[in-house]
Structure formats: structure tokens, C-alpha cells
Design a protein around this ligand. Structure first.
Ligand SMILES: NC(=O)c1ccc[n+]([C@@H]2O[C@H](COP(=O)([O-])OP(=O)(O)OC[C@H]3O[C@@H](n4cnc5c(N)ncnc54)[C@H](OP(=O)(O)O)[C@@H]3O)[C@@H](O)[C@H]2O)c1
Length: 266
């Protein structure tokens, strides 16, 4: 099988780090319009090129890893090179499958992936959906191909925006919360490196515990004994605007995803 990534930016580089050896038993190509990012890919199992036509020619799987704003121009460029039975995977935020199909050809086999950058270390979350031209066996093949990157979750396309708020963009929101927490501890007198290490460990511990026991209220109760320290901090959080802030954060993210789709439709 020939598998080609078009665009060698953040997402392609994250996939290339997270994928396992079985993936590289296939013929893997990466193309980028400029040389710079290709120079950073140093793997003898990958063929690099600035020529998208060469990368797409005869490819069985084509991962479209350019920015949403760059995608339609790319499709215009490579449409004629795409094999009729190739499986196309779009990573583009905001662009729905019906919009992408218009830029392609009838019967195109199209999958949408919405990953986050944790795919680079095999613990990413990838939402996926597909059009009616993708067979069950092809879907199973794609899931197998990318499984080393993390969990693949089949979602209805109308849930993608919520997934972006939770995972695709969500991972960055968690970083921001961590950074603010670190800064708060620094302001209170903790040395920055130590604050960062403690907060990183707390987030890791909390998410690991929640994977074992998904009952978050129960987990909190086990930390917050009556009359203790934790309950005082939790009272502050619970009476704050936290819910409103997170609601606005998600709503703005979802809105931008919708806008991207609308802007690019014109
Ligand atoms: N970053 C995330 O966390 C994330 C999460 C979920 C989904 N996504 C989606 O993943 C896609 C890629 O995002 P990204 O963060 O990887 O973007 P990025 O870092 O900007 O990478 C895009 C790459 O595509 C290249 N490119 C642009 N037009 C091209 C063309 N016509 N032919 C070949 N290469 C071309 C760019 O080349 P130059 O080096 O010349 O600019 C750049 O290296 C986007 O659609 C985004 O919505 C990203």
C-alpha cells in the first residue's frame, strides 16, 4: 500500500511520531509545498517530496494535512492524480464531508479525522466519520493502520465540533489551565520548575485515576474530607464563574469551527 501525507506540519509530524512499525511496512510518502518542514523529517522509511502530484500518484491512502484555508486549492491541484479507489482522510477542522465531496469527484471514499496532538505519543484521541463510499473493510483497515496513535472514536459528523472543544482544541485548553495554575503557585512563592512538575503530576494523576474510576464526584469526595483543606478550595471553584467560562470557551471554539466551514464555502 502507498500512504501519502500532504502537508508536513504539526499534525503530520505528530502522526509520524505516534505511528508504529507496522505502518512503515507500507510505502509512506510526505509532501510539502516548501522544503523547510520536510528537512525536519529524518526517517529512511519515508519518501519526501515537494511535488504533490508524485505523492498522490498511485496512493491508496491520502491524508490531507493542510490548513482548512489551504485545502480547496490543494484539491484543485491534486484531484486528477487521485486514484478512483483511494481513501482520502481529511484532518481539516470545520470542513464538513459534503463540502469536501464537492471539491472532489463522485464516489470518492472520504474519511474525516479529528485528532489531537497527543497522537505523537500514542495517547491521542481521534474522532472519525466517513461517507457512504467507504466500505466496512476499508474502515477496519484504516482503524488498524492508525491504532498506535491512540483511540479512534466513530462519531456522527454533527458531534465533531463538540469533539474539537473537548479534544482537538481541548488539549490546549488544559495546557492553559495548567499554565495558570503554575503561575498562581509561582506567585505564592513556589519555584517555577517545581510548580510545573507538581502540576503536571497532579494532572497526570487525576486523569489516570479518572480512567480507572470515572465517577468524578466520588474521586473528589475521597480527597475532600469534611473540615479539611480541599473542601475550602473546592468551595471557591464551585461558587466561581468556572462553568460560565468553560461554556464560553467551548461555544467560541464551536462557533469558529462553524465559521471556518461557512467562510470556505463561499
Ligand atoms: N494542530 C492541531 O492540533 C490540529 C488538531 C486537529 C486538526 N487539525 C487539522 O489538521 C490540519 C493540519 O494542521 P496543522 O496544525 O498540521 O497545520 P500546519 O502546521 O500549518 O501544517 C500545514 C502544512 O501544510 C503545508 N501546505 C500548505 N499548502 C500546501 C500544499 N498545497 N501542498 C503541500 N503542502 C502544503 C504547509 O507548508 P508550509 O511549510 O510551506 O507552510 C504546512 O507545512 C488542519 O486542517 C487542521 O485543521 C490540527
Amino acid at each position: 500500500m502507498k500512504i501519502s501525507f500532504i502537508g508536513a506540519g504539526n499534525m503530520t509530524q505528530a502522526f509520524l511520531k505516534g505511528l508504529d512499525r507496522s505502518f512503515f511496512e507500507h510505502e509512506v510518502w510526505v509532501s510539502n509545498r516548501s522544503q523547510g518542514k520536510l528537512d525536519g523529517i529524518d526517517d529512511p522509511n519515508i519518501t519526501k517530496t515537494i511535488d504533490n502530484h508524485k505523492a498522490v500518484h498511485n496512493a491508496d491512502v491520502v491524508v490531507l494535512a493542510v490548513k482548512p484555508q489551504q485545502l480547496f486549492a490543494l484539491l484543485d491541484e491534486i484531484r486528477a492524480d487521485i486514484k478512483a479507489d483511494a481513501i482520502l482522510i481529511s484532518l481539516a477542522a470545520g470542513l464538513r464531508m459534503d463540502q469536501l465531496e464537492k471539491g472532489l469527484f463522485p464516489k470518492v471514499k472520504l474519511i474525516r479525522f479529528m485528532p489531537n496532538t497527543a497522537i505523537a505519543i500514542g495517547i491521542g484521541s481521534i474522532a472519525m466519520c466517513h461517507n457512504g463510499n467507504v466500505k466496512a473493510s476499508e474502515l477496519a483497515f484504516i482503524k488498524q493502520l492508525f491504532k498506535a496513535c491512540g483511540s479512534l472514536l466513530e462519531l456522527n459528523e454533527d458531534q465533531f465540533e463538540l469533539f474539537i472543544a473537548a479534544s482537538g482544541s481541548g488539549i490546549a485548553f488544559v495546557y492553559q489551565i495548567m499554565a495558570t495554575y503554575v503561575q498562581t503557585l509561582v506567585n505564592l512563592g513556589l519555584e517555577e520548575a517545581l510548580a510545573k512538575s507538581l502540576i503536571t503530576e497532579s494532572f497526570f494523576a487525576a486523569s489516570s485515576m479518572a480512567k480507572i474510576n470515572p465517577d468524578l464526584d466520588d474521586l473528589m469526595t475521597r480527597v475532600a474530607s469534611k473540615g479539611g483543606t480541599t473542601i475550602e478550595g473546592l468551595k471557591v471553584l464551585r461558587s466561581s464563574q468556572l462553568h460560565e467560562i468553560l461554556m464560553e470557551m467551548c461555544q467560541k471554539t464551536i462557533l469558529r469551527s462553524k465559521q471556518l466551514g461557512e467562510e470556505l464555502q463561499k
